[in-house]
Design a protein. Sequence first.
Length: 144
Amino acid sequence: MKETALIAARAGGAVLRSKFGTRLHIEEKSAKDLATGFAPASPATAANNFDHFVHFQEKAQACRRPGAASLDLACVAAGRFDGFWEMKLKPWDTAAGMILVTEAGGRVSNFDGAPFSPYQLECLASNGLIHDAMIPVLQQGERP
């Protein structure tokens, strides 16, 4: 079985540790392949992320829901997704992933574009190129 790991440190970059030790650098493309997730809630619950999902479906090439914010952020860092957004998150969902994304050259913020903290409930991460275009889409929906 092939072992790989994503490793990042502030001001130290991000690396995909495998046989070749590939340094991660986010590709600046505007394909808009996005990822998100949904906190346990019913469609009737306010701020449930369904409205954001619908709005992005109209704008993006694809919206995927892998199921773990930490994995989604790692995929943004590795260039597999161009952007990610989610709400109702906890620090253990985002703390490591935000370092991976920023050290790979991406951008992480809250839904307003302000600096991100793992203690916030909402996270927006991208390759940097589409980040500013994602913010107005998120402003259209309900927020926690």
